[in-house]
Design a protein around this ligand. Structure first.
Ligand code: DNO
Length: 357
């Protein structure tokens, strides 16, 4: 495994590459061209400039998160084929620049959903949190405004203001889309891109839907073991794989995370490792990474990744805001750096105890 950190680019991130370089053990970043729109072709020049910037700081690009998918592709409408052709061109350009991992999601309208961006924890830190009650009380169009005040002046992935301005239109597009149609549209997309992925050895790593159930009546399919296995079988190619995100699959307490990891052997290309603390099955917050601070056994999660021979990038996922930091909620420097060292500590302990057996 390689320890990495997500970085949004110098124009958008409060964290610098120089700071990331100083986190012990972190050698790569997971990044993106944050100002591109879904459907747009990423030029080789821009990809190369990003790569040069990262490499000049002594790091490398371990993968892209995300190349976002246009809603016409998810709904199978409008200019789907044109946008798929553009996506293929972007993948080709990434491949030519020697980038071999792409994280994406197939969530309708909203990317991840949280109802609070700054829930105050007993120690005075703040974390992202979710209650179903708050979602049920909201009209989807109010969702963005209800959390925008806590974004600390940043643009949050999946919650770009231009996108949120079109929420009504987006909901209308998905009116006749159910889980089966979404699966069929995902299959169509994956079948179209597999040749270019094979040509350049690009691993596609779908991110789970977060929370792992339907919100606002929208279809959500990447939510549990059964559905991911279905997705992998329907386009049975090792380049069609997953981002295993413990915090997203873990939103549903029915998901047995270590078991899921074992069943996905060979197809987990990227891992997001974080902990959640549940107050009830539909009221949780994003806890510090350490097991005893939350509801998950992080040792068992990392052990399962170790046992399946996972050798891709891991990133500590969302962190809390601590020590007075003002940053994109979930994406400050300090708590993620603590997470990165903790996960590496678990990994080292597992590796050494296995070697002594
Ligand atoms: C949230 C992230 C997601 C993820 C996308 C992948 O912070 O985990 O926004 O990057 O869903 O496309």
């Amino acid at each position: 495994m390689e320890m990495t950190l997500r970085w949004y680019g110098s124009k958008f991130d409060t964290v610098t590459l120089q700071q990331i370089r100083q986190i012990p053990g972190v050698t790569g970043v997971i990044t993106t061209l944050y100002d591109t729109q879904p459907g747009e072709v990423w030029s080789r020049e821009r990809i190369r400039a990003l790569k040069d910037e990262v490499e000049a700081a002594g790091l490398h690009i371990a993968g892209i998160e995300s190349v976002n998918i246009h809603d016409d592709i998810k709904t199978g409408k409008g200019k789907r084929d044109e946008y798929i052709a553009n996506y293929i061109q972007t993948l080709e350009n990434l491949g030519l620049e020697d980038i071999h991992l792409v994280c994406y999601n197939f969530m309708p309208v909203f990317d991840w959903t949280r109802t609070e961006l700054a829930r105050v924890l007993p120690d005075g830190s703040t974390a992202l949190a979710y209650t179903q009650q708050a979602v049920d009380a909201l009209n989807p169009e109010e969702m963005f405004n209800s959390i925008a005040g806590d974004m600390n002046g940043t643009v949050m992935p999946g919650w770009e203001p231009e996108r949120m301005a079109k929420v009504k239109e987006l909901f209308a597009m998905y009116k006749d889309i159910d889980d089966e149609k979404l699966f069929a549209n995902l299959k169509y997309f994956l079948e179209a891109i597999m040749p270019v992925c094979n040509k350049y050895d690009i691993k596609m790593a779908i991110h789970p839907d977060d929370p792992a159930w339907s919100v606002f009546g929208l279809p959500r399919i990447i939510i549990n073991e059964e559905n991911i296995l279905r997705m992998m079988k329907m386009v049975d190619d090792p380049h069609n794989g997953v981002t295993f995100c413990s915090g997203s699959y873990g939103t549903n307490l029915k998901n047995d995370l270590p078991h899921m990891i074992r069943s996905l052997k060979g197809r987990i290309h990227f891992a997001h490792v974080r902990n959640l603390k549940f107050h009830s099955p539909d009221n949780f917050e994003e806890a510090p990474h350490i097991s005893r601070c939350g509801s998950f056994d992080m040792y068992e999660i990392v052990k399962a990744l170790y046992d399946i021979g996972f050798d891709g990038p891991i990133r500590p996922d969302h962190g809390r805001m601590i020590w007075g930091e003002v940053a994109m909620p979930g994406y400050g420097l300090y708590d993620r750096a603590l997470g990165a060292t903790y996960i590496q500590g678990l990994w080292e302990a597992i590796e050494k105890s296995e070697a002594r057996k």
